[in-house]
Write a protein that binds this ligand. Structure first.
Ligand SMILES: [Zn+2]
Length: 125
C-alpha cells in the first residue's frame, strides 16, 4: 500500500511539473508580448502611439490576461494537482481501515499520519 501512495504522490509531482511549465510559458509569452508593445512605443517615441494603435491595445490586454492567468495557475498548481490526482479517500493506505468521519488526519487503527484531505469536513465541525 505504501507503494500505492508513493505512486500517487509521484503522479502528482509530474502533474505539478507540467502545470508549472504551462504557467511559466503563459507568463513568458505575456511578458514578451508586452515587451514588444513597449519596444514599439519606444521606437515610435510617442506614448499615445499605444492608444491610437488598436493592435497595441489588444496585445496589451492579451499579454496581461495571459500573464495573470499564468500567475494564478502557478499559485494553484498544488491544489490542481491534488484535484487531478486525488488520494483514495475513506480507506487507510496502510491497513485498509475505513476512514469515515475522521476528526484528526491520523488512522485510528494503525496510527498512520494522513494528509489533511482525509479529515471529513462534517466531522471537523
Ligand atoms: Zn491504518
Amino acid at each position: 500500500m505504501r507503494d500505492f501512495v508513493y505512486l500517487i504522490l509521484k503522479r502528482r509531482h509530474t502533474v505539478m511539473i507540467i502545470l508549472r511549465f504551462v504557467s511559466f510559458v503563459m507568463c513568458l509569452w505575456g511578458i514578451v508580448a508586452l515587451g514588444f508593445v513597449v519596444l514599439e512605443t519606444i521606437i515610435a517615441g510617442n506614448i499615445f502611439y499605444l492608444f491610437r494603435n488598436r493592435s497595441s491595445v489588444e496585445t496589451i490586454a492579451f499579454s496581461l490576461v495571459l500573464t495573470v492567468s499564468g500567475l494564478v495557475l502557478a499559485l494553484s498548481t498544488q491544489r490542481l494537482a491534488q484535484w487531478i490526482v486525488p488520494l483514495p479517500k475513506k480507506v487507510c493506505p496502510k491497513c485498509g481501515y475505513r476512514l469515515i468521519r475522521l476528526m484528526r488526519p491520523r488512522c485510528p487503527e494503525c496510527g498512520l499520519d494522513l494528509p489533511n484531505e482525509f479529515v471529513d469536513d462534517l466531522a471537523a465541525e
